[in-house]
Ligand binder design. Structure first.
Ligand SMILES: Nc1ncnc2c1ncn2[C@@H]1O[C@H](COP(=O)(O)OP(=O)(O)OP(=O)(O)O)[C@@H](O)[C@H]1O
Length: 226
């Protein structure tokens, strides 16, 4: 699935959050959105699943304007893994199937496998999970409907380096099976290790886009952005 924003302007409370943003993420690739806090990275993800409506421009999923798609159908095809995933009371199974009683056992087990969690986790109380395990449950939850793309908001921000590396490898494997991935990050090491392409956003505008090493070098050369 190809995800794109074309000349998107987004405002909140009369303030410009995204300014003429054009981004395209190729099928089966990993695109990293890099930039300072408040640059608009999460807002790009929110536009892609239509949690935000741009004031100008278009958001396209495989060439179709998201406004022409049923929002529930869109969110089945494009999964969002939030920055601080909320675990609901109950066990991991309940966390995977809430508001989705029609899911089959096979779908639940496949999502757990893809998130590289043992099936025994299904019966574990979600409240008892470690940070890394929660991250994987959140990924399984986003995978359970068989999406074509996954959006990650700072997937490794709360994890220690070893767990962060493991989640980065998992994201790589998901792209390798064809999922289109867009990930927001502050962490330049993660961007370089993970992404096929990087986009630097500053104050709501795209400042540079291209090979991760080049985009990161531009970011590091400008201390005011960090
Ligand atoms: N619910 C909201 N209401 C009003 N303004 C908001 C809201 N959420 C975010 N903003 C503002 O929109 C701008 C972009 O926020 P966004 O979360 O997209 O940035 P970000 O680059 O993802 O930042 P971070 O790295 O800190 O998560 C910021 O100035 C932020 O203060």
């Amino acid at each position: 699935m190809v995800l794109s924003l074309e000349h998107v302007d987004l405002e909140r409370g009369g303030r410009a959050v995204l300014r003429d943003v054009t981004i395209s993420a190729a099928a089966g690739s990993i695109t990293a959105l890099l930039g300072p806090s408040g640059a608009g990275k999460s807002s790009v993800l929110r536009c892609l699943v239509r949690l935000e409506e741009p004031h100008a421009g278009r958001v396209l999923v495989d060439g179709a304007d998201v406004r022409s798609l049923d929002p529930c159908g869109l969110r089945r095809r494009v999964g969002l893994v939030a920055q601080a995933p909320v675990m609901l009371p109950g066990d991991v199974r309940a966390n995977l199937t809430y508001a989705a009683e029609d899911l089959s056992e096979a779908q639940v087990r496949a999502a757990l496998d893809q998130a590289e969690l043992a099936q025994a986790f299904l019966a574990r109380p979600a409240a008892e999970l470690s940070g890394g395990e929660r991250a994987r449950v959140a990924i399984a939850r986003a995978l359970v409907r068989g999406p074509e793309a996954l959006l990650f908001d700072e997937p490794t921000a709360a994890l220690d380096p070893a767990r962060a590396a493991a989640i980065a490898e998992l994201i790589r494997r998901l792209a390798a099976v064809g999922l289109t991935i867009v990930v927001t990050a502050h962490d330049v090491a993660l961007v370089q290790r993970l992404a096929d392409r990087a986009v630097l956003l500053v104050d709501g505008a795209v400042v540079s886009a291209g090979a991760p090493a080049e985009v990161v070098a531009g970011w590091e050369a400008e201390p005011a952005w960090r």
